[in-house]
Design a protein around this ligand. Sequence first.
Ligand code: ATP
Ligand code: ZN
Length: 285
Amino acid sequence: MQTLKLAIQKKGRLSEESIKLINECDISFPSSSGKLVTAAYDFPIEILFLRDDDIPDYVQDGVADIGIVGENVLVESGKQVEEVMKMGFGKCRLSLAVPRNMQYNGVQDLSGKSIATSYPRILKNYLDTQQVEADIHVISGSVEIAPSIGLADAICDIVSTGSTLLSNGLKEAEQIFRSEAVLIKNPRLSEEKNAILKSLLFRLEAVKRAQKNKYILLNAPNDNLDKIVALLPGISSPTVQSLAKEGWSSVHSVITEKDFWEIIQQLKEAGAEGILVMPIEKLIY
Ligand code: ATP
Ligand code: ZN
């Protein structure tokens, strides 16, 4: 029987969340403890622990069948793989930053300037669409110090809070690319491997959907039941059961995290009592 080889980042910002998500799919494996490959106990999958930059390459070549990697790394790599699913974590942005005291009125101001980056492909793409010609300086780390040591006029790098920029005397000028972790696959998987991937995706969808929703239980006065039910669309429609207490019902439903507090408040105002909200482990439509 074949196994599906999944590449994840060995050590870094994507490692913990990748492992957590796999575990939440009820797939468990021994902790990496320095090993490059480990087989899951209860699912036909092997986990490869790699540097994130190597993942698109390995998936393209078929050393790994699928992988979890940042879109920034994927697009920069230019590798021929398929993006299968957005993972909902590892969110960050790639930005242009300039010295704080520079008069900056728009990306045209970077014409003829030098820009240091570890993302030459994404930067070049962006500059081309903006019709700006600049000199791209490729450096692999500590990009943010380039302007202060006179290596470049500006930089293009990942920004999360902006505090690293600030402490290097820089300011964010343009956001050029938004990224999150994605699941990628080799386009030429065997039928058997595609079948394993399909069941993995089924579990991942259920876990991700569950994370976005909450189970809600409440008591509603029958007089206001219509109003309360209308606030709770649920997956199809809420469950309503009579309570032993005369004139009251128990209402169960699923609500999304997005407008969660707003709905709770409206439910309370509509007379709901004993509102109980619980996390959902898996959610399958
Ligand atoms: P490796 O040793 O595997 O090459 P790395 O140092 O290149 O690791 P990390 O810093 O762990 O990589 O970041 C991995 C990915 O996490 C990035 O490529 C990006 O997609 C994402 N990410 C999310 N938030 C941030 C952030 N604040 N800074 C940098 N990367 C981030
Ligand atoms: Zn890396």
